[in-house]
Each structure stands twice: as structure tokens, then as C-alpha cells.
Design a protein around this ligand. Structure first.
Ligand code: KG4
Ligand code: ZN
Length: 327
């Protein structure tokens, strides 16, 4: 039996968790900064790093008190993310690993999101196709074996979550935009506006969300907009694009398993449509583990540790970190 502490500070959530044997969540605490950044309509990097510094000590004390035993290893998000925010988590994790004389395991943030699906009731086996949709990423990844990733396609411009956030801001909805648009869309007509599905006519597995964002802007500028209809039509087009590209990737790779991960994986329409429309075994993290958290970093870190991936004390933050073992 082994326990690993996971620390996540890549953006605007401070996450600290303890996981047992890679699967069992002992404690998972998240201090969200959403309310602090909301009045700016997006994350302010300097405020984010100061806020991580402010709460990481107390959050870790609480997590350790709840977990009881001292962890056997420390996993931390090394990148990608905001430099100042990553610095706080990496240095804090280093200090703990040094003081406790336990291994320090650096984790890629996207790998963490993928591993959030392993914390559900029914964890996936390899190989699988992963659809990662967050505020910073939109990509389809083939994972034939643990810790091996082949990026089949990513976004050429905006990430889908970023697009939700920008369109929500345009409509005067609160940050983060994803949940606000989802809520507003409930009462709207998804066919009221015929918005573009980026790169839908091509077989590429790349995504493009800037056209959808611009179309929403032009519709808004015309005036007389029903916000609920616009939100519903936008959400419908954004999710449709994911379905179109995922279908192509499943056909190309002949994958039988699909892992959905990232903040946008919390979107109800996306979850419902993937479940209803794709003939594949679908693995989704519980809603509470879709947005950034320490548990997913601990789960990925535990597996990396088992596969010999513990790092040295020289680990430094890597804001543009590429996915490891990426071909
Ligand atoms: O994974 P995450 O917490 O942070 C990044 O790694 O980027 O994802 C945050 C993103 C935000 O853009 C937020 O608007 C989006 O996830 N999001 C959603 C929903 N909940 C969060 N997007 C659509 N529908 C949701 N229910
Ligand atoms: Zn994330």
C-alpha cells in the first residue's frame, strides 16, 4: 500500500490531494480562485501565483491532517501552465520531498487530466483514445501504453474552453464561461443560429475554434440577440465539432475505448452526446475531477513513479512542456 501527495498549481486552482495505490482518493482539496479572477474576466497571472503562495501551506496541512499517514512520494504539475503559478507548486513539492526524503514525481498537466478518468468507478485499460478539452487544450491523443502519447491533432488557434470563456464574456455572462453558457443554453434553441464547425469538411484531426468565436461576435453585433438562443447554438456547434473529429479519430485508430478529460469534460451536452452517439467504451472522470485538482496529479504521478518516472530534485517548472514520450 502506498500513498502519494499530488500538488496542482498550474493555473487558478490550488489543488492538494492524497491518493492510495493510484486509485483510492483519501483526500482531495481544491482552493479555487475563480471569484478573485471573475471581475477581470479571466486569469491574472500575478494574482494567481500570489494566491497559490497564500493558500498552499494551509491547504496541505489540512490534507495531511485528514490523510493521517505521511505520503511515500510527492507528485507535482511541472507544466504546461503559468510560470509564476507552477513555481509555487514545484518549489513547495520539492521542499516536502526533500524534508520527508521521498521521491518527487513531475507530472504533465494533460497527463494528469487523462488520469482523472482512472479515479472513476470503472478505470480504462490501454490502449485508448483521449479527447482532452480544457481552457488551454483541445486535442485527440492516442495512448497505446501507459505514459506513451501520440498527439493526433490539436487546436490551431483557440482552445475550446477559452472559446467558451470568451463568448461568455461577450454575452455578459460570468467567468468561467463554460458553466455559465451551459446554464444559459438550457432555455435556448440550439438551432437558432447556424454557427460554423471548424475544419469540419476536412479529414484533419486538428481543431479550429476562432471561426466559431468570430461568428458569435458578429451575431452579437447585429443586435437583437436572445442570449439563451445564442448560448445554446454556440454550445451545440462547439460540441458538434468535437463529435465530428472524435468520430474520425476513432475510425482511423480503430480504438475501442475513449477517455474524455479536462475542464470542458464537465459539459453536460458533451457527456450526453458522446454517450448516446458513439459506439465506444466511454470513460469520463466524475464531474468533481474535471477541473484542475491535485487528485489527478497524484494518480498520474503514482503510475509514473511505478514506471520509473520519479525525477531529481533539480526539476524546474516548464510552462510550455510538451507531452512526454510524444511521437
Ligand atoms: O482543465 P481546466 O480546469 O483548466 C485548464 O487546464 O485549462 O479547464 C477550465 C476550462 C474553462 O475554460 C471553463 O470554462 C471550462 O473548462 N469548463 C466548461 C465547463 N466547466 C468548465 N466548459 C463547458 N462546459 C462546462 N460545464
Ligand atoms: Zn487543466
Amino acid at each position: 500500500m502506498s500513498r502519494i501527495l499530488g500538488i496542482e498549481t498550474s493555473c487558478d486552482e490550488t489543488g492538494v490531494a492524497v491518493i492510495e495505490d493510484g486509485r483510492r482518493m483519501i483526500v482531495n482539496l481544491v482552493a479555487s480562485q475563480v471569484d478573485i479572477h471573475a471581475r477581470f474576466g479571466g486569469v491574472v497571472p500575478e494574482i494567481a501565483s500570489r494566491q497559490h503562495t497564500h493558500c498552499i501551506g494551509q491547504l496541505t496541512r489540512e490534507a495531511l491532517a485528514e490523510a493521517g499517514d505521511r505520503p511515500d512520494a510527492v507528485a507535482v504539475t511541472q507544466g504546461p501552465g503559468l510560470m509564476g503559478s507552477l513555481l509555487v507548486g514545484v518549489n513547495f513539492a520539492k521542499a516536502l520531498a526533500y524534508a520527508w526524503r521521498v521521491p518527487l514525481v513531475p507530472v504533465h498537466h494533460i497527463e494528469g487530466h487523462i488520469f482523472s478518468a482512472f479515479l472513476g468507478q470503472d478505470p480504462p485499460d490501454f490502449p485508448f483514445l483521449a479527447l482532452v478539452v480544457s481552457g488551454g487544450h483541445t486535442c485527440l491523443i492516442d495512448s497505446p501504453r501507459p505514459h506513451e502519447y501520440i498527439v493526433l491533432g490539436a487546436t490551431r488557434d483557440d482552445a475550446i474552453g477559452e472559446c467558451f470563456d470568451k463568448v461568455a464574456r461577450l454575452l455578459g455572462l460570468s467567468y468561467p464561461g463554460g458553466p455559465s453558457i451551459q446554464k444559459e443554453a438550457e432555455g435556448g434553441d440550439p438551432l437558432a443560429y447556424d454557427f460554423p464547425r471548424g475544419l469540419a469538411k476536412s479529414d484533419t484531426l486538428e481543431f479550429s475554434y476562432s471561426g466559431l468565436k468570430t461568428a458569435a461576435l458578429y451575431a452579437w453585433r447585429k443586435g437583437g440577440v436572445n442570449v439563451q438562443d445564442l448560448a445554446a447554438s454556440f454550445q451545440h456547434a462547439a460540441v458538434d465539432t468535437l463529435l465530428i473529429k472524435t468520430r474520425i479519430a476513432l475510425a482511423q485508430t480503430r480504438a475501442r475505448r475513449l477517455v474524455l478529460a479536462g475542464g470542458v469534460a464537465a459539459n453536460r451536452l458533451l457527456r450526453d452526446r458522446l454517450r448516446a452517439e458513439l459506439d465506444v467504451d466511454l470513460f469520463m472522470p466524475p464531474l468533481s475531477l474535471c477541473v484542475d485538482n491535485g487528485a489527478m496529479i497524484a494518480a498520474a504521478g503514482h503510475s509514473r513513479w511505478l514506471h520509473g518516472g520519479a525525477g531529481s530534485m533539480r526539476v524546474t517548472p516548464f510552462p510550455n512542456m510538451p507531452l512526454p514520450s510524444c511521437r
